[in-house]
Every structure is written in structure tokens, then in C-alpha cells.
Design a protein around this ligand. Structure first.
Ligand code: HSE
Length: 428
């Protein structure tokens, strides 16, 4: 039986979950894979975390050097998060000939080119299934199972915190601030929620998933980003009336015209498979030329779901020696031959605060016509209009982002009785 020594860097939620799975399933891996997988060392400043998990003091390392020089360590699991010191520790481990399994989306997204170079140089494995969408095996699907496809599109709800907040706003009628507070109280949102609610976490994950999907490096800096902090309950309610559900979507599209990558709140039709992905659940909806549409759904975070992805990588690493790396040229920047589309096409939802009198709608329609924007639907809200203004909702046909921006700027500066107060993209 092959002995596999694992060292875990960081015993927070995910590190603890990983330790629990490895301990509880040890006999299973002996039977199923002829592997005796043992956690032989941990690196954790808060000793009490290790002791609470039943890890003996003798396994608590004094530093990364001790782990790197330990001949019993084959695989280092990095679940610390953030760039430093995680990056230095991962490079140390790879340079010491240890394979690495990481859940760190920010690290992998920003530095995969450096990490992969070190892994290749040292003939080590570098695995990152847990970096994107927690327990949902989307990285392996992209690396292996979907290779029969040219992937043309991926759309994902890949951040549990924001999906929880938007679902609760929609179901309870509470506003963003109230739901965020509740999410923080329940542990779904961090005390500083910026990384999640402003879309950074989603951008890091999309950068990794789009690079794998489109076989070319998609740096996170190329991804358009808008978070959910400006979302008002009113728009969620109007969207519902029009048959839409609001989600923070990660969108990647690859066509002959180029690649578009964006993260923003998006209305999706209520009958789209992604519309029923609620609460903190995640899903990725992938379209390929052979398979057509595939949706992978599950828990995108949490101790055991993320631990599940990490342990899957550990077993994969222990049962393979001929490691494969990225299915794209893993450089720091995008290839000069990759064309990015910034002026993408979409349908749009616009909410205007409009004076309730003759001619206002035709002024708006004239501006839209000037920018060749075709209106698909108009409704006038019935909110209290004691100030003489009413909400007016417009849905456009597909049009260009730049046209919408110009039209909104013109309407808002014209003083012609209406102001655009919300713009939300609509996916088909
Ligand atoms: N903070 C992330 C989320 C989980 O809310 O989905 C880890 O990526």
C-alpha cells in the first residue's frame, strides 16, 4: 500500500473540513485506492485549533521550512487564503519537491503562471479544484470531461454570499443593508464583505474558469466587474413582474468576434436553469459545441464541500505521476492574439424616474432611436407619484453596451423630464 503524507497549511474552516474528511475516510482510501493517506503535519499559529481537531502537538510544525524538509510530506494543502504568505509557502513547497493542492482563488488567479512554472520545474503536481465553486467539480470537468467541446459560453452563479443576499431580498422583501446584516449574523457574509459583494471573488473565479474554457489566459484585470451593493428591492420586484430573477452572474463568451468576460448583476428569465439556484448554492452553466448545455450545481463554500474538492485533488495527485497542467499558455498577461470584446451586446432593463406627462416617453424614445436601441417592452410603475414622477421600466432588445451608456448619459443630462436611475443587463 502506498503511503501518502499530507501537510495542511491553515486549520480554519476549510482546513478543518479537509482534516475531518481525510481522518474519517482513511479506511475507504486504503480499500478503494490502495492508499494510506495521513495528515502528518499542520501549520497553524492558533495551536488550539489543531488540538480541538484531535491533532497531536507533535504534528504542529514550527514553520514552513519544517514542512518542506519533512520527508514524510508528499502533498502540501494550502488553505490559508490571501496572497501572502500563501504564495511564498506554496513556492517553498513546490521547490522542495512537494505537490500542492490549493483552495486559494486569489493566489491561483493572480499567480498561476509563477506557481505552474515552479511545479513543472520540480515535476510536482499543482491542483486547484477547490479554488472555484467549492464542492462542485467544475475544474476537473473543464480539464478532462469537456475536452470534446469548443466551449462557447459559460454562465455561473459562483459566489454564495451574493446569491444568498439576492435570494433573501427577493423572498423576504427586505432591502440590501438589512439582508447583508442578517447574512453577517448567520456567517454567510464576512464582517468586511467587500470581496464578495463587490464581485472580486467572482472575478477571480471567472478568470480561472474562462482561461480553462477558452484555452487562453484571461487575466482578472480584463474582466468587467460590478457588484450588488447598488441593487434596490424595487428593481428585483419589477424584474419579477416581468418574469426575471436577479443574480450576480459571471459570464464568459467566446465567438469568432472575440472573448467577453464580465461579472455583474443580471436579470435571467425565471425558466432558465440558473434561476432556480438559490440561497448560498452555486452553479455553472456551460455550453459546448458537442455537449450543448451542461449545468453543474452544488455548494460553493463551506468546510466539507470545499474539503471534498481538496480531498478529490489529493487522491488524484496520489494516483497520478504524469501531472498535467493548464490547457492554455499560462502567462502573466493575455496573449496578444486574444481579442477581448469590451463593447459587448446584451438586452437591458432600465428604470427611469419620469415626469408623468405627455411627451416624456417620446423624448426617451427619441434618444434610444438616435443610438439605434430597440425597445422590447415598457411598463409604467404605479408607485405613489405625489411628486408628479413615476417609475418607468424599459426592456431593450439586444444592443451594444456603449450605445446604452451614451443614451443614458444623454437622457440624464437633457432635463427632458426623466432620469435613468437603474441599468441592469438582461441575459437570454
Ligand atoms: N466567499 C465565497 C462565496 C466562498 O461566498 O462564495 C469562497 O469562495
Amino acid at each position: 500500500m502506498k503511503k501518502v503524507g499530507v501537510a495542511i497549511l491553515g486549520l480554519g474552516v476549510v482546513g478543518g473540513g479537509t482534516y475531518k474528511i481525510l481522518s474519517e475516510h482513511r479506511e475507504l482510501y486504503k480499500k478503494a485506492h490502495d492508499l494510506d493517506v495521513e495528515v502528518v503535519a499542520v501549520l497553524e499559529l492558533r495551536k488550539e485549533r489543531a488540538l480541538a481537531l484531535g491533532i497531536p502537538e507533535s504534528k504542529i510544525a514550527s514553520g514552513i521550512a519544517e514542512i518542506c524538509s519533512n520527508p514524510d510530506v508528499d502533498i502540501v494543502v494550502e488553505v490559508m487564503g490571501g496572497v501572502e504568505p500563501a504564495k511564498t509557502f506554496v513556492l517553498n513547497a513546490l521547490n522542495a519537491g512537494k505537490s500542492v493542492v490549493t483552495s486559494n482563488k486569489e493566489l491561483y488567479c493572480k499567480f498561476s503562471h509563477e506557481l505552474e512554472k515552479a511545479a513543472k520545474r520540480n515535476n510536482c503536481g499543482l491542483f486547484y479544484e477547490a479554488s472555484c465553486v467549492g464542492g462542485v467539480p467544475v475544474i476537473r470537468a473543464l480539464l478532462d470531461n469537456l475536452q470534446g467541446n469548443k466551449i462557447t459560453s459559460l454562465m455561473g452563479i459562483i459566489n454564495g454570499t451574493t446569491n444568498y443576499i439576492l435570494t433573501k431580498m427577493s423572498n423576504s422583501g427586505a432591502d440590501y443593508e438589512a439582508v447583508l446584516k442578517e447574512a453577517q449574523r448567520l456567517g454567510y457574509a464576512e464582517a468586511n464583505p467587500k470581496n464578495d459583494v463587490e464581485g472580486y471573488d467572482t472575478v477571480y473565479k471567472l478568470s480561472i474558469l474562462a482561461s480553462l474554457s477558452f484555452h487562453t489566459k484571461i487575466p482578472y484585470t480584463k474582466i468587467y466587474r460590478e457588484g450588488i451593493t447598488e441593487i434596490s428591492l424595487q428593481d428585483i420586484e419589477y424584474g419579477k413582474r416581468l418574469g426575471y430573477v436577479l443574480k450576480l452572474l459571471a459570464i464568459g463568451k467566446n465567438s469568432d468576434n472575440g472573448i467577453e468576460v464580465r461579472v455583474h448583476p443580471t436579470f435571467i428569465p425565471a425558466d432558465h436553469p440558473l434561476a432556480s439556484v438559490n440561497d448560498s448554492y452555486n452553479a455553472v452553466y456551460i455550453t459546448g459545441d458537442s455537449v450543448e448545455n451542461v449545468m453543474l450545481y452544488g455548494r460553493g463554500a463551506g468546510a466539507l464541500p470545499t474539503g471534498s474538492a481538496i480531498v478529490g485533488d489529493i487522491i488524484y495527485c496520489a494516483t497520478h505521476t504524469n501531472y498535467r497542467y493548464s490547457t492554455f499558455e499560462n502567462t502573466e498577461f493575455a496573449s496578444p492574439s486574444t481579442k477581448f470584446i469590451e463593447n459587448f451586446e446584451s438586452a437591458y432593463y432600465l428604470r427611469l424616474n419620469a415626469e408623468d406627462k405627455a411627451g416624456v416617453l417620446s423624448n426617451v424614445a427619441a434618444v434610444f432611436s438616435k443610438y439605434n436601441i430597440s425597445i422590447a417592452q415598457v411598463i409604467q410603475g404605479n408607485d405613489d407619484n405625489s411628486d408628479g414622477f413615476v417609475p418607468m421600466i424599459l426592456i431593450t432588445h439586444d444592443t451594444q453596451e456603449n450605445s446604452i451608456r451614451k443614451a443614458v448619459a444623454e437622457i440624464n443630462s437633457s432635463g427632458a423630464g426623466s432620469e435613468v436611475v437603474a441599468v441592469i443587463r438582461v441575459a437570454s
